[in-house]
Design a protein around this ligand. Sequence first.
Ligand code: CP
Length: 307
Amino acid sequence: MTEGPKHLIDWKFWDDGEIREVLALARRVKRQRWEFQGHMQGRTLVMIFQKTSTRTRVSFEAGMTELGGHAVNLDWMSTNFTLSDIRSETRYLSRNSAVIMARLKSHADLLDMVAGATVPVINGCCNLYHPCQALADVLTIAEDRSGDPGGVRLTYVGAYNNVVNSLVSISAALGVELTLVCPIRDEAVVDEESRGRLLGLGLLTETLDAKAAVAKADYVYTDTWIDMEYFNDAAYAEEKERRCELMLPYQVNTELLAGSNARVMHDMPMHLGYEITEEVAEGERSIIYDQAENRLDAQKAILLTLV
Ligand code: CP
């Protein structure tokens, strides 16, 4: 039986050693950017989006350009994925590309795509995972510390979402001490397997005491309280209001950060005045733009590893 290509669905499906290697490669790719020029020459990445994006779109395309390859951008609604089935359309895409990056709403659809693919598929953020973001996050911490992210105390304050699931799985692989302050917690979203692993390693703390969790943190991380596809959805307005009311006491602001030396992280896009204030996001402890910039090198390392 022939083995299929390797995919990136979430870090939980990769060995710890492989994750360490891809992080080391991302650091090298960033330090020695020109060494990797041409490594994707003649290769095409197909990107397909069911949801909006700024960073994922730009950083994957820029990454392919810098590596000497090419990226094709597809808006799901303008493709025949809307008329046909995911597997056969993906089987075709695999014939004309070296790698696929998909941002799909549903994890089940992503798995369907993987089933039809004969080239690697990279999850560009589904409802359950955001692995590209998590690698950029640990790359940012590694750079900030000039070393291994192992032993770092990272506190996440926000809704338990896809970003959290991937942070949990990459933390387990790298030995990051993760504290979660998640007043919103939809059990259908929580990856209990990854959570259980991190708990078993003694690396996970869960609390609603944001002040105490921030006081002991090296890094404080927040994210939107509302998933991107619902943010401007009128039908979701009531739930949005409920979430904002519940989460406002957990806003990352100067008051919450008082007495802490933690750096501040956010995966962007930010909703200033909601999960984070502009003062903090643009302040001197913010490493948010380094984090966003690092999507480029993290994803180059993923592409170079998979293709
Ligand atoms: N963080 C992130 O994935 O950004 P985009 O949604 O803009 O791609």
